[in-house]
Design a protein around this ligand. Structure first.
Ligand SMILES: C[S@@+](CC[C@H](N)C(=O)[O-])C[C@H]1O[C@@H](n2cnc3c(N)ncnc32)[C@H](O)[C@@H]1O
Length: 212
């Protein structure tokens, strides 16, 4: 369920419109923590809903050859500028893709999706199933998402009512032949814009596709 904020492409272009920098540009800590402890050699990676590129650029810095896709050209423009400033321009390909229309064709050693969630229409479940198909044999899929609204939020908006936890994400993916390397809900501190403290929970799922 989602509130009616209109056309998704228009919503996200406006979200990233000039002068608006909704994210810090830093990578998501959950992804950093996850990859820092994995013995994965950098290869090819696909970041679905990459926003302004924090995760994609962090991966590129560590030697991955990355494709970052997002529906918002304005987000990709911010990401591209950040990549140029960091000397990573040649290591990330930015592509404007509406994932509701399908996942880019190809096979990547690592496919990530971090907080691909929206207050507008988004076929997230179908996209996640498609994301799995974009993982190369032996490759890794990491899905990170909000699993609950922050506790300080008295009346969460509609789209925050049914956020899947890790078990739900596994059920959505429905990949019985894959190895589930991690499926966990993580409780995190959350502070409201007014400074009210509380917690929220994120889901983290990591699976490995069987080799051929
Ligand atoms: C909550 S943001 C997360 C951004 C980034 N992954 C991060 O963690 O900072 C969700 C992102 O998904 C993108 N998005 C939403 N719907 C999309 C779609 N149908 N196709 C591609 N990207 C989409 C938005 O533009 C936005 O950048």
């Amino acid at each position: 369920m989602h509130a009616d904020h209109g056309d998704p492409a228009e919503f996200w272009e406006d979200f990233y419109s000039p002068g608006r920098r909704p994210w810090s540009g830093n990578p998501n800590q959950a992804l950093v923590d996850e990859l820092d402890r994995l013995p994965l050699s950098p290869a090819t990676a696909l970041d679905l809903g990459c926003g302004t590129g924090g995760d994609a650029l962090w991966l590129a810095e560590r030697g991955w050859t990355v494709t970052g896709v997002d529906i918002a050209a304005a987000a990709l423009a911010q990401a591209e500028r950040a990549g140029e400033a960091a000397g990573l321009a040649g290591r990330v390909t930015w592509r404007r893709v509406d994932l509701d229309d399908g996942i880019p064709a190809g096979a990547w050693d690592l496919v990530t999706s971090a907080y691909l969630q929206a207050p507008v229409a988004l076929e997230r479940e179908r996209i996640l199933r498609g994301a799995a198909m974009a993982v190369a044999p032996g490759g890794t899929l990491i899905v990170i998402g909000h699993a609950s609204a922050p506790t300080w939020m008295d009346e969460p908006p509609d789209h925050m009512h049914a956020m899947p936890d890790a078990a739900d994400v596994l059920a959505i993916l429905d990949l019985p032949d894959w190895t589930v390397e991690r499926a966990e809900d993580i409780l995190l501190p959350a502070t409201s814009p007014e400074g009210v403290t509380g917690t929220r929970s994120d889901s983290l799922v990591r699976l490995r596709r069987p080799k051929a």
